[in-house]
Design a protein around this ligand. Structure first.
Ligand code: PLP
Length: 367
């Protein structure tokens, strides 16, 4: 049976499906018939091979990943991939294009500049509220790849489309929206995602890479960040984060059982609409600076009181939310205010509780 949980709107590490946690609890001491825990199991054992392969197969099925793509389970998180991407892909021309639309793609571009020439596709800004029209993008003629962040977790900006790169390999950070919308994997060279938001506990990073992009790593690329070595050894070159991969595999199965990515997408639209509708009809009492058509379904950042945020009111909002069991709603320190993260494991009922509270808070505190 489930314990009564708080409602967790954290941005990451974030809520996991309750059914998955109950399953983990059931088999944490003795996994299957093994009489040991997954945490105690050799990564070279047949039991672990099955965990590894099943997780791969399930996500391949969920995202309809073509056969010419490898699926890797790596370490280093999103930040590790900020280095791994240039170290594995930049050697062709020494140049890469970065589309910076928020703090995470900005960090990725900064890291890549250690390893080669980074061309900034968009004019520099620290006010991230929009994605400029592709017709204005400054793409370079000789980029090894084009990089963007599909969902900016801090600023709440999500690409509603896949950029057209005219054949240049496209690399994307989907850490905070993977498996929440359907898309065509074959449009990408590399997709990566830290697990701790939508698909599992911290410690494992999912990488999906087109096979023809393997074999190009820089000589100085650390072995643990080398996509080619990881692909060749089926993510078992060194000791992987076995327990995190096991839990992530259970989350994949949960998504499949719930109806797959299409159903996750349907729910994400419904949950985020509930919150944005209240923001939009609050006469700027709730203020989200992000342009309508690029607002994230996963992370909804907003200020309370006015566009700069009334910090007293925001504090009051958070205290009241906590009293009702709603946790981790505080905005990222870069933007302040409130942020509601609505990942796959957050239920429609959870979102309804927040929406109801926002409505009441508005009625009680509007000027
Ligand atoms: N990319 C995105 C979109 C993120 O939201 C985060 C973390 O919040 C990162 C990268 C960094 O990931 P990590 O903390 O695993 O290095």
């Amino acid at each position: 049976t489930c314990l009564e949980s708080a409602i967790n709107f954290g941005a990451g590490p974030a809520k996991l499906p309750e059914e998955v946690l109950v399953e983990v609890q059931k088999e944490v001491v003795h996994y299957g018939t093994t009489k040991i825990s997954v945490m105690e199991m050799s990564h070279r054992s047949a039991d672990y091979a099955k965990i590894n392969d099943t997780a791969q197969q399930t996500v391949r099925e969920l995202l309809n990943i073509p056969d010419n793509y490898k699926i890797l389970f790596m370490q280093g998180g999103g930040t590790g991939m900020f280095a791994a991407v240039p170290l594995n892909l930049m050697s062709e021309t020494g140049v890469a294009d970065y589309i910076v639309t928020g703090s995470w793609s900005a960090k990725a571009a900064k890291e890549a500049a250690k390893y080669g020439k980074v061309n900034m596709v968009l004019p520099k800004t620290d006010k991230y509220v929009d994605i400029p029209d592709p017709s204005t993008w400054n793409l370079s003629p000789n980029a090894s790849y084009i990089y963007y962040c599909a969902n900016e977790t801090v600023h709440g900006i999500e690409f509603p489309y896949i950029p057209d790169t005219q054949g240049i390999p496209l690399v994307t950070d989907m850490s905070s929206n993977i498996l929440s919308r359907s898309f065509d994997v074959s449009k990408f060279g590399v997709i990566f995602a830290g697990a701790q938001k939508n698909i599992g506990p911290a410690g494992v990073t999912l990488v999906i890479i087109r096979e023809d992009l393997l074999g190009k790593a820089a000589i100085a690329c650390p072995t643990v960040l080398d996509f080619t070595i990881m692909a060749k050894d089926n993510s078992l070159h060194n000791t992987p984060p076995t327990f995190a991969i096991y839990v992530m595999g259970l989350v994949f199965q949960w998504i499949k059982k719930e109806g797959g990515v299409k159903e996750m997408e349907r729910r994400a639209i419904e949950k985020s609409n509930l919150i944005y509708e209240i923001i939009n009809s609050s006469n700027n009492f709730y203020y989200c600076p992000v342009k309508n058509d690029v607002r994230s379904r996963m992370n909804v950042p907003f200020r309370i009181g006015d566009s700069n945020g009334d910090e007293e009111l925001e504090k009051k909002f958070l205290v009241g939310a906590q009293k009702l069991g709603m946790l981790q709603l505080k905005g990222h320190r870069l933007v302040g205010g409130i942020r509601a993260s609505l990942y796959n494991a957050v239920t429609l009922d959870n979102a309804r509780v927040l929406a109801k509270y926002m409505k009441e808070f508005y009625e009680n505190n509007k000027k």
